[in-house]
Design a protein around this ligand. Structure first.
Ligand code: SF4
Ligand code: SF4
Length: 479
């Protein structure tokens, strides 16, 4: 299907200062027609191993490839990739590997229903994943982890075959939604090398595709891309552009979060609220107080059985409380600034300041598990090979392998992540208040509710990180 698009009249984006797509060697590989396959194929093999070992291997989490790779390595590596590069996992996503096959096998003419072209379903599914992870102890069940991977694969294939606009990636996938939000703080972004070339481009193949190459699955139009939201870094646009005019450009630190480039939509804002709040609640779910809270709830509200107590806790911590606090902060900020604007405008202005704090907390939490358990994959793979009659790396599995950093480094590192997140959040508040051109008094008053919120977030995160945390994938409690 060809998408009708306007000819860009004004330069939407700055010129790239460093373009990874045109860097020596790496650029050629990335732009190569089968370049994405190089990243997807290893993850596809890993996915096959996860499913196989998850269904047939040992059902002890620290000994199974499914649980160790999904819940220790994937999460740790994905957050590091988002910090230093961008949406590397979506670029390498094995679930979309059969995309071309799905597209060719179907007419794929249907549009995703207009009413669903928002982030509300993504919010619901991201919340559901966080809840199921805790309720079903997914981290402890290789079998469930394997079925989760199978469900993902089937869901992505069917939706890709049925609908245009890759609705699975854009509107549903919880992992993709997590990555979209985090990648707004990442240092690379798709852009053009020259806006002038786009103005005279007839086919707009970056989004429409050509006979041999598919265009952008999530229907982003490169000359208008200003954000990493919805960009899966697949680089199909670069391969489709006949003028070699697509760049994967380095951008100034926090550029996207400082700029007003997102649509002022409630769904986008609440996706960020959930993403940031879940960084706290996800850590809280692994600490002793959550068990005390659950026990207290079971006594006070005995009818909340079968996970309903946990659902209530997660609903309050991920949606109700952070949603209310951010709305109150938006309302107070608007009142103190003396501005006659909608609550949504005030909410959308400052909500990006939550992202560095959420990033700091996710990095501290996932980084902690990765730093304490990264080497567990070695004995797990040795054990898998032994079970299939192969001696890998010669020796018998050494189950004591795990940490890659001394444990005494972890808490100070976590505190650094939290403080850098807070500093970056305050910086974004300041930058995003500039266009308001407020007097000094009103400026301070307008920022005060948000500063209080960011400080509260940081203190909560610091407190949680100092609690003993279940190791999940190794044994015992951390710190
Ligand atoms: S196909 Fe290339 S030149 Fe044409 S609009 Fe897209 S990025 Fe610009
Ligand atoms: S703009 Fe579209 S085609 Fe290009 S990398 Fe992003 S998602 Fe892929």
């Amino acid at each position: 299907m060809t998408t009708s698009l306007p000819t860009p009249q004004t330069p939407y984006q700055p010129q790239p200062r460093f373009d990874l797509l045109h860097a020596p060697l790496v650029g050629r590989v990335l732009r190569w027609r089968w370049g994405r396959l190089l990243f997807q194929a290893p993850l596809f093999l890993l996915l096959a191993l996860i499913v196989y070992d998850g269904l047939t291997g040992p059902q002890l989490a620290p000994e199974n490839i499914a649980t160790v790779s999904a819940w220790i390595h994937y999460r740790g590596l994905v957050i590091l990739a988002l910090l230093f590069f961008g949406n590397l996992f979506c670029m390498s996503c094995p679930f979309t590997l059969p995309r071309t096959l799905a597209v060719r096998l179907s007419d794929r003419g249907r549009r995703w229903p207009r009413v669903l072209r928002q982030k509300w379903l993504a919010i619901a599914l991201l919340f559901l994943l966080f809840f199921l992870y805790e309720w079903l102890d997914l981290w402890a069940s290789p079998w469930l982890t394997a079925w989760l991977a199978v469900g993902y694969f089937v869901g992505a294939f069917v939706l890709e075959a049925l609908f245009a606009e890759s609705p699975f990636c854009k509107y549903l996938c919880p992992l993709g939604s997590f990555n979209f939000v985090a990648s707004t703080a990442s240092p690379f972004q798709i852009t053009t090398r020259s806006q002038d070339i786009c103005r005279t481009c007839v086919g707009k193949e970056c989004v429409n595709g050509s006979k041999s190459v598919l265009g952008c699955g999530t229907e982003l139009f490169v000359p208008q891309v200003q954000s990493n939201l919805d960009c899966v870094f697949c680089l199909d646009c670069a391969r489709a552009c006949p003028h070699d005019n697509v760049a994967l450009a380095a951008r100034p630190i926090l550029h996207e979060l400082r700029s007003d480039v997102w649509p002022h939509r409630w769904d986008v804002g609440f996706l960020i609220v959930l993403w940031a709040a879940a960084s706290l609640s996800n850590a809280f779910g692994m600490t002793p107080p959550v068990y005390q809270l659950q026990a207290g709830l079971a006594i006070a509200l005995p009818f909340l059985t079968g996970g309903l107590g946990l659902l209530l806790i997660f609903g309050v911590l991920n949606l109700l409380l952070p949603g209310s606090l951010t709305l109150v902060a938006s309302w107070l900020s608007r009142s103190f600034a003396g501005r006659n604007e909608s609550l949504r405008a005030s909410f959308s202005r400052f909500i990006p300041a939550l992202i560095p704090l959420g990033f700091g907390m996710w990095l501290a939490h996932y980084g902690f598990h990765f730093a304490t358990g990264a080497l567990t994959i070695i004995p797990v793979l040795q054990n898998f090979a032994l079970d299939h009659g192969v001696r890998l790396l010669g020796a018998t599995p050494n189950w004591m392998l795990g940490p890659i950093l001394p444990s005494r480094w972890l808490l100070p590192l976590e505190m650094v992540f939290m403080l850098v997140g807070l500093a970056a959040g305050l910086f974004i508040l300041n930058e995003r208040s500039r266009p308001l051109q407020l007097s000094d008094g009103r400026y301070l008053a307008a920022l005060l509710p948000w500063v209080a919120l960011l400080v509260l977030f940081t203190l909560t995160g610091v407190y949680l990180l100092t609690l003993p945390m279940e190791m999940r994938g190794t044994v015992g409690f951390g710190h």
